[in-house]
Design a protein around this ligand. Sequence first.
Ligand code: FMN
Length: 353
Amino acid sequence: MGETAPSVSPDSDIVTGPRARYVSAMLDRRFSVAPMMDWTDRHCRAFHRTLTRRALLYSEMLTADAVIHGDREKLLGFDPVEQPVALQLGGSDPAKMAQAARIGADWGYAEINLNIGCPSDRVQAGRFGACLMREPELVASLWSAAQDAAGNVPVTIKSRIGVDDQEPREALYALVDLSARAGCRSFTVHARKAWLEGLSPKENRDVPPLDYELVRQLKRERPALQIILNGGLRDLDHALDEMHGVDGVMLGRAAYQNPAILLEVDARVFGVEAPNDSRIAAVEAYVPYLEARLAEGVALHAMTRHMLGLFAARPGGRLWRRVLTERGVKRGAGVEVVRAALAEMTNAAALAA
Ligand SMILES: Cc1cc2nc3c(=O)[nH]c(=O)nc-3n(C[C@H](O)[C@H](O)[C@H](O)COP(=O)(O)O)c2cc1C
């Protein structure tokens, strides 16, 4: 797609070129970080890349309309260092979904993922997200339209196991079977229902009970499909314990709130070396990214907010958080705040030892 010939780096499997198109056939979905609105923005993903080279990272959900009509650089722009990164789309109009998927593929995303799981009112008003669990034929059409448009970039689906009074065994299978018949090969399942009335989106991530067994059963009965388990995985030990009988795991809140989890993913899931050998080294590795974005006018806090949990539950962890939140929001704050936070955290940890 570009003017210059792409080159493959043996270290990262990443094709570098004008838009850093990723060789999607190489995508490994054994471990991914979930799409999370307001959280997994490009700065968050660049930070996560200092902790894991191999985890598949997802964008926040973007509506097809936003992708088509919005400021594309602002919404879709990312740094090649984030690859492999998947773009998550929401929508219910196949023609628009096709257009948005093509734009995402051209932009260089390694995967396009359709959101069939989000329960917010805004999303329901647009007739997409979790309420599409009730319309599996439409989901299959959305998938076909998106995949036709995305060319060789794979289009995947992220769903719940059902909504409201649906029988999960029926709702999940109908959704998966119809889309699989259309050609979809990879499904990530948030293993709980969404209750569309009466629960907030936040409550919908905790209250409906988890059913990992149903997801494993789906994999057993549809072995040709790739099935990724999501929902309630507390840490890496828990995720590895629950990985049996599925093709991979997706972590959302645990990975965001305690990003040090990601430092162990490359070794324990993929059997390769992590990009950095400690949290402090990861912070140091993020500094050049911070400097580059600061020079472009990005506020420090827009980036460091994603790092607050890095030393969670460790000596000095609160101090780290406090320095970043109190000094990081000041006008003109630069990387010296990050260095100060590191120094104060390290001193506190040394005193506690
Ligand atoms: C702040 C936040 C925003 C989220 N935004 C999205 C989203 O944009 N798209 C989506 O499919 N799921 C979204 N989710 C749901 C997560 O992707 C994930 O399915 C859910 O949190 C369960 O996984 P976990 O228990 O590992 O967090 C969001 C979750 C959180 C906490």
